[in-house]
Structures are given as structure tokens and as C-alpha cells.
Write a protein that binds this ligand. Structure first.
Ligand code: MTE
Ligand code: CO
Length: 430
């Protein structure tokens, strides 16, 4: 391009000249094999040859959106809930639109929400965090006090223990947003919980913590002290900005790799004790009911898991046969993901997926598998393996061990059926 200023009409004439010449550059062939349209097509594309409205009008100025929002063309990319799942939206859940996202970070406005008593609105100036119990000096921290401790930045996934819970007895919900969308992956900025506990001074018999939320549910969980001293954070930022109210503003507990219910939001109190507390919910919730009527308790770590996000029921193949990009997410509460295998024929043959982007412990990993689709029916599956050799099981293998009563900790392999018209559906194969 010349560095002379050009008006829009000139630019358009230039595009037309380019079109008539067709593609001569070396890139043309590669583009054609990947399914891109060749520019020398007989019917010219008015989107290229004509001046468009957005070429002619001035856009919004810098004062139009002091806090930016996504393009109006992305209005369908939102958290969604399933109305029949819970009695009331105040004690409910919505789901991350995984099929619309790429990379590993979940944008703040799309992180799924799960709360038992609605979203508390708390001014940071009025918020207090107390640490008491088996400590030398009970302490109360203001938000300003917390900001004077050394901070860490860490990227972690949060998965609700009930994620994929509706799928225990068979394929149920038609979209990875609903089957797997109770997970998000965020960079937290916060103070290591260890530093706050050291400030208070732990008594020799200290062994358990009881964090409590300041919301109407006053949610509490028992957390073993070892975990708190290992990698828990008291976080006040997510992806660089303040926590969203939905995620526990002004401060939440981060319990890396462990089930989401322990990540207490609106954190106001941590009691230190020598044994776990008995929770109101513990007999029915957050235990895994087995076939013999016994329940697994303290199943904290989220096991290795993965899901193909595209194609998937909400994201069918629209481009027809030929070059196809399959992508998805894999994670493990134990550590890093080492390998993801893909099958397009229901588990008969497996191919290695390509992991791209940061590979971090207890964080989502992004994988890709590119293939030429011949237009025949596909049964898509992904199977993740973590750095400790844990391998994602089939749903039937999981049921053989845990029965079908549970809602929690379903990390079984998901199957999507792609029909020859590209439509995709949640199915189970034996
Ligand atoms: N903390 C409080 N105070 N109140 C709650 O209802 N829900 C828990 C946990 N922390 C909850 C809470 C559950 S069950 C989950 S899965 C996660 O928060 C969800 O976190 P998110 O809303 O940021 O996705
Ligand atoms: Co939960």
C-alpha cells in the first residue's frame, strides 16, 4: 500500500483489480486445500467488491463504553441455566459456554455461577476476614490489610463436583455447556493462605480449617490444614480485575484442583480446629453414594477429565466435508495434563491431540486435532492422561466401580455423534 491517504472508493477499486487478477501468490494453493474460497471465483462477492456501511460511517468514540462489552454479534455467547434442574434461581447454577471459547482462560463474565443463597453484594470497605480457633492470636483483616501481604498469580480451574452429574445414568443434556460447563479457568491474584495462618500463629494441634462465606447461605466446608499450607490462596482479583460479585467479591478462597464447593466465596471467617466439622449438608451432599448404599466421603480432588468443545451439539459442523478442526479442554486436579487422545470412531482408533497454550498444573489445557472429514457419521471421544499416569475412564468403567447413584465426580469419557449433515448429538455407546 502507498502511504498516500486513500479514500474508501479508491480502496474498493483496488480490491476489484486484485480480484480480477486472481490469486497468484504461493499461499493460494494452501488456502484452497484448507477450504478457503479462491478469490478468482466467477461470481464476485459483493462483500469484497462493494463499499459496506461500516466503511462509510464513523464509529463510536472512546467515550462510548467506559467498561467494554463484547461485539453485538456475540450476544448469543452467554451463561445459560437449565430451568428444571433446580427449584429456584437463587440456589442454582448456570453454565460456562465452553463451545464458544478458545484458549484456556474463561472470560470473567462467562464463568459459571453456583450459589446456595444468591449473590451477596458487599462493599470492600465493610468486609472483614477473621482467623480464630487454634491460633496464638485471633486476627481480623480488612481488605487493605490483605493487600499488604505478598501476592501470587496462579491460573487454576474450578470444577463443581456435580459437573456432568446429570449424565451418570446416560446421555441427558444436549451440549457441552450443560454437560461440562460447571468449570472455569481463571488467573487469580491473592495472598497464600499459609501467610495469613502464620501471622495468626498455629497451635500444635491445629489440623483442620472451617472457611465460612458472608452470603445468606453462610456456606462452610472442612479443609485439612495440609492443603491450606500447600497451595490455597485468598484471592481478590480474577484475570487481572476485581472478583466479580458472582465469584465472591471482594474475596474468595482458592483451593486448587479440589472440588468447587470448598472454594468459599465472600470469605469472612476461617476457624482453625483439630478435626473436621459436621456440615448440615454432609449426609446428602458432597458425598458419593455407591451401589451398596455406602458413601465415599472427602473425595476432594477432581480427577483427570476432558471434553471436545467443537464440534459438539451446540456447535455442529457447518462447513461440510474436508478440513476440520476439532478442539477441546482437558484438566486434572492432580497436576498437568500430559496427553490427550482423540477417537473419531467411538474408541476403536486413537490419535494424539496437539496441546497448545500454557500447560500448567491444575489448569485447563487446550487441545486440537485437525482431520479431513469424509462426510460420514462420526463418534467423537477425547481421553486425557495427567502427569501421574491417571487416565480418564469410560463411563461404564466408572459405573462398574461407583454404581449409578452418584451425582458427583463423573469424569467419564464423553461421546458426541456427528451425523453426515454435520448435526451433533450427545450419545452413549457401550
Ligand atoms: N461459597 C459461598 N459462600 N456460597 C456458595 O453458595 N458455592 C460453592 C462454592 N463456594 C458457594 C460458595 C460451590 S458448590 C461451587 S461449585 C463454587 O463456589 C462455584 O464457584 P463460582 O460461582 O465462582 O463458579
Ligand atoms: Co459446586
Amino acid at each position: 500500500m502507498s502511504d498516500q491517504p486513500m479514500d474508501k472508493t479508491d480502496l474498493n477499486a483496488d480490491r476489484r483489480r486484485f480480484l480480477r487478477g486472481g490469486i497468484t501468490a504461493a499461499g493460494g494453493l494452501a488456502a484452497a486445500t484448507l477450504g478457503a474460497r479462491t478469490a478468482s471465483s466467477a461470481t464476485p462477492d459483493p462483500l469484497i467488491t462493494e463499499v459496506q456501511e461500516w466503511n462509510q460511517v464513523l464509529g463510536d468514540g472512546v467515550d462510548a463504553a467506559p467498561y467494554g462489552v463484547p461485539s453485538e454479534f456475540e450476544a448469543h455467547v452467554v451463561r445459560r441455566d437449565v430451568a428444571w434442574l433446580t427449584a429456584d434461581p437463587v440456589s442454582s447454577v448456570n453454565f460456562t459456554p465452553l463451545h464458544e471459547l478458545d484458549g484456556i482462560i474463561t472470560p470473567n463474565g462467562l464463568c459459571f455461577e453456583r450459589h446456595h443463597g444468591g449473590v451477596a453484594q458487599i462493599s470492600p470497605a465493610d468486609h472483614r476476614l477473621m482467623i480464630h480457633g487454634l491460633v496464638d492470636t485471633p486476627l481480623v483483616f480488612t481488605m487493605q490489610d490483605l493487600m499488604r501481604f505478598p501476592r501470587e498469580n496462579r491460573i487454576y480451574f474450578l470444577e463443581c463436583a456435580a459437573n456432568s452429574g446429570m449424565e451418570w445414568r446416560g446421555a441427558q443434556l444436549n451440549g457441552c455447556q450443560f454437560t461440562h460447563g460447571m468449570v472455569h479457568n481463571v488467573m487469580y491474584t491473592g495472598v497464600p493462605l499459609k501467610l495469613l495462618l502464620q501471622e495468626a500463629g498455629l497451635k500444635p494441634n491445629a489440623a483442620w480449617l472451617l472457611p465460612e462465606g458472608a452470603d445468606a447461605s453462610g456456606m462452610t466446608r472442612s479443609i485439612p490444614l495440609d492443603k491450606a499450607l500447600d497451595d490455597c490462596l485468598v484471592a481478590f482479583k480474577m484475570n487481572g480485575e476485581a472478583l466479580r460479585p458472582e465469584q465472591g467479591y471482594p474475596v474468595r478462597l482458592v483451593v486448587p484442583g479440589w472440588e468447587g464447593n470448598m472454594w468459599v466465596k465472600w470469605l469472612r471467617r476461617i476457624e482453625v480446629g483439630d478435626q473436621p466439622w459436621h456440615h448440615r449438608e454432609e449426609t446428602s451432599k458432597y458425598t458419593d453414594l455407591m451401589a451398596d448404599g455406602k458413601a465415599r466421603r472427602f473425595t476432594w480432588t477432581m480427577d483427570v477429565k476432558s471434553v471436545i468443545t467443537n464440534p459438539s451439539p451446540q456447535a455442529p459442523i457447518l462447513h461440510g466435508r474436508g478440513h476440520t478442526v476439532l478442539t477441546g479442554l482437558a484438566w486434572s486436579g492432580h497436576g498437568k495434563i500430559k496427553r490427550v487422545d482423540i477417537s473419531i470412531d467411538g474408541g476403536r482408533n486413537w490419535h494424539s491431540a496437539r496441546i497448545d497454550g500454557p500447560s500448567l498444573s491444575k489448569s485447563l489445557h487446550r487441545f486440537y486435532y485437525e482431520f479431513d472429514w469424509d462426510g460420514s457419521e462420526l463418534l467423537l471421544q477425547s481421553r486425557a492422561m495427567d502427569e501421574f499416569g491417571n487416565i480418564q475412564p469410560t463411563k461404564n468403567a466408572l459405573r462398574a466401580v461407583r454404581g449409578e447413584n452418584s451425582i458427583y465426580h463423573n469424569n467419564g469419557i464423553q461421546t458426541w455423534q456427528v451425523r453426515s449433515n454435520g448435526e451433533t448429538e450427545n450419545v452413549e455407546i457401550s
